[in-house]
Design a protein around this ligand. Structure first.
Ligand code: F6R
Ligand code: MG
Ligand code: MG
Length: 370
């Protein structure tokens, strides 16, 4: 059976500040999605909050970019915004940047990761949700899962993975994309995706010789919306999400999770203007506190059964990730001691997309020639 998995998220109000999602917003969203399930639009759904982002995990039969599904997500965020306004939650409606739904939520503010595929006999999927960072934060872990044999021994040991994977990389400044084959073009791939504020992995496909999965079916997809490009000014970071399929000729569940044992540096955190470690956490710890962070990532694991979401298992709620969390806290201490200095603070090019230009404007006329 062909199923579509849609993960659509938005920050429609934080509580308190930008730290978490109020339970009433989640209740409202669950009520709306339950109705859609009863009306046959959705097969199944889950609603969670990660940091200040309301996350809708949905399965259905209507394919990607479907108007009815996107309208459902949009209306759900709108209804949740009404509650956020009543409670005077912080930044109510923050990510609903444009008020003109016309068939699709792309470009309106919410982040979207969607993929359609033929459900296999056993179909494990992981929904990753990050807060206080940007889409490029997924470059390193997705690269490790699908292209790094030091992370994923399956690339060496499992003959079905020997032909590697195809990466769809987007230039999110110039709005262009390029397909790059791993391992043949590994260094070209790294040359781009190492520049994570500009080049982001959008999708991963199996190689055309993959014996089990058609080459047209994505095996991973990442949301790549850039809020500042939609709004024309800084309105917060993009807080990306991703969906990753696993096992039987794809990275095993443990290979999908392994990259997060290293809390790599990502940009975002306080005021979307700082580099800091990404901390893998369970849902109970998915709130951004210290210095509005540190940036967090949650991983929810499911088995699909005729489109039903069997799960989730809260995968980072596990002592095996204690060391990563400890390391993230140590890195957070170290980075914080730089105060407003780079490389804790982002480089000037990236600050262009924050509120800093307004400060620079003030000094503009006081510069003298030297
Ligand atoms: C980061 C984020 C927060 C805010 C910060 C200031 O993505 O959302 O760190 O940037 O709390 O928020 P305002 O300007 O709304 O007071
Ligand atoms: Mg917010
Ligand atoms: Mg957020």
């Amino acid at each position: 059976m062909k199923v579509t998995l849609s993960l659509i998220k938005a920050d429609v109000g934080g509580y308190p500040g930008h730290s978490s999602v109020h339970p009433m917003l989640k209740e409202k969203a669950a009520e709306m999605l339950e109705n859609a399930k009863n009306n046959g639009l959705l097969i199944d759904y889950r609603v969670v909050g990660v940091g200040d982002d309301l996350q809708l995990i949905m399965t259905h039969k209507f394919g990607e970019d479907n108007e009815k599904i996107h309208k459902l997500a949009w209306d759900t965020f709108k209804e949740a915004t009404e509650i956020a306004k009543k409670l005077k939650l912080y930044g109510a409606g923050q990510d609903l940047l444009k008020d003109a739904f016309s068939g699709n939520v792309r470009g309106l503010g919410p982040g979207i990761a969607e993929m359609s595929f033929e459900e296999r006999k056993g179909e494990p999927v992981v929904a990753f949700m990050m807060d206080k960072t940007e889409p490029g934060a997924f470059n390193l872990p997705i690269f490790r899962m699908f292209a790094d044999p030091f992370n994923t021994p399956g690339l060496v040991i499992d003959p079905t993975m020997h032909d590697g994977f195809l990466f769809e990389v987007w230039d999110i400044m110039e709005h262009k994309r390029v397909m790059i084959k791993s391992p043949e073009e590994l260094y070209d791939l790294l040359a781009l995706i190492g520049a994570k504020s500009r080049y982001v992995i959008k999708r991963v496909f199996p190689s055309e010789r993959h014996p089990k999965i058609p080459k047209s079916e994505p095996v991973a997809v990442i949301s790549t919306e850039k809020l500042y490009q939609i709004a024309g000014e800084y309105v917060g970071k993009d807080d990306p999400v991703a969906l990753v399929r696993s096992q039987s000729g794809l990275p095993a569940l443990g290979e999908v999770l392994e990259p997060f044992s290293f809390p790599h540096l990502v940009s975002g955190w306080m005021r979307g203007s700082h580099n800091g470690p990404i901390m893998p956490v369970g849902l109970k710890d998915a709130k951004c506190t210290r210095f509005d962070g540190p940036p967090r990532v949650v991983a929810l694991g499911f088995q699909l059964s005729e489109g039903k979401l069997v799960g989730p298992v809260d995968l980072f709620d596990d002592p095996a990730f204690d060391n990563a969390r400890k390391m993230a806290n140590e890195i957070a201490d170290y980075m914080r001691r730089h105060g407003p200095f780079e490389p804790h603070r982002l480089p000037l090019e990236d600050m262009e997309y924050t509120t800093l230009p307004k400060v620079m404007e003030k000094l503009k006329n006081r510069f003298e020639k030297i």
